[in-house]
Ligand binder design. Structure first.
Ligand SMILES: Nc1ncnc2c1ncn2[C@@H]1O[C@H](COP(=O)(O)OP(=O)(O)O)[C@@H](O)[C@H]1O
Ligand SMILES: [Mg+2]
Length: 315
């Protein structure tokens, strides 16, 4: 559940909610909202020194930041699972010292999970805002909607206003609108080729409000370097693992794909860690990739196909 996000951020959210009587504080109508000192609700993420950003994406994110100084800016980030979408959004926040909030969309189960609910405290009925409501009110932050495509369509309603050009949503419990202010960047991530994209993401009028960034895996040399730095695995081993992944990714694309998904950067990191911990690469891959692949079809199965790639690259 996103309200139970990273512990340090959640503590801050809870603490802030207690200190402020009206946590969805007044906000300016135009111009970036002031520094996020109104509430300490949101943490500025630390810059990951091992995060590698490609020049193309960097230019795009720089432009997004510039745009966001003038008006709320919405980005749709599309790419395969585990290729670095979340980390790109964090990078943007860290680089510009913006507080950031990750909303884990599949964990939203009830419309009240968006903006809050009424609760009784010391005999009084009070509005309990979510961290999202607070982030919108504070402004000048990065709000990351993870796996937007996995959100049940019945829960889209409250988001429409926020994501279209009105930039505002009526919150019944509050008796007023919550408005996005300049300085706020919304990044919605979705996995490429995901089924279940729902009507919402096919709404052309709405999608026009988003600028789109394609997140891709790092180029092989960069990915291998990153594995070495992150896990301490040797560079020859890192290159071999990346070769396996690159070949397997190719087999997961197109109409005649023989593998059901692309080997993610996340899986590669885990594999390299297991190798650094003493397994041979075959054993490590078994724990991260191989056993997740279906065996139906025997020799033509995805698992058999992957094992052929492993055999070809690792011997
Ligand atoms: N460009 C990159 N540089 C360094 N590490 C990366 C990069 N891209 C992805 N990673 C690592 O890969 C893992 C998966 O990234 P993540 O952002 O969670 O993927 P996604 O959100 O697309 O599923 C994380 O551990 C992240 O640190
Ligand atoms: Mg993610």
């Amino acid at each position: 559940m996103w309200r139970r996000g990273r512990p340090e951020e959640q503590d801050a959210v809870d603490g802030a909610a207690e200190r402020e009587a009206d946590p969805v504080a007044a906000q300016p109508d135009d111009g970036p909202a002031g520094p996020a000192t109104v509430l300490d609700a949101l943490a500025v993420p630390a810059l990951d020194p091992l995060f590698h950003i490609e020049p193309r994406v960097r230019r795009q994110l720089d432009a997004v930041y510039a745009l966001s100084r003038r008006h709320p800016t919405k980005v749709l980030m599309v790419g395969p699972q585990g290729c670095g979408k979340t980390e790109l959004a964090r990078w943007l926040a860290a680089t510009h010292r913006l507080p950031w909030l990750k909303v884990n969309c599949p964990a939203i189960q009830d419309p009240r999970d968006w903006f809050g609910w009424m609760t009784v405290r010391e005999g009084q009925t009070v509005y309990q805002p979510t961290a999202l409501a607070q982030a919108i009110a504070v402004g000048n932050c990065v709000i990351f909607f993870d796996e937007l495509n996995r959100l049940h369509t019945s829960l889209w309603g409250p988001l429409y206003g926020l994501l279209d050009d009105t930039n505002q949503v009526w919150v019944d419990q509050l008796g007023r609108h919550l408005r996005l202010s300049a300085g706020t960047i919304i990044i919605a991530a979705m996995n490429e080729g995901s089924q279940n994209i729902g009507v919402f993401l096919q709404d052309a009028a709405l999608m026009e409000r988003f600028v789109r960034i394609e997140a891709t895996f790092l180029p092989p040399e960069r990915e291998a370097e990153m594995l070495v730095k992150r896990t301490g695995v040797g560079s020859a081993m890192a290159r071999s693992l990346v070769e396996v992944a690159t070949l397997a990714r190719r087999q997961a694309q197109g109409d005649d794909a023989s593998l059901p998904w692309q080997v993610s950067t996340r899986s590669l990191i885990r594999t390299a860690e297991l190798v650094a911990a003493g397994l041979n690469p075959r054993e490590a891959l078994e724990m991260t990739v191989t056993l997740r692949l279906p065996t139906e079809g025997a020799l033509a199965s995805p698992r058999a196909e992957f094992l052929r790639i492993v055999q070809a690259k690792l011997g």
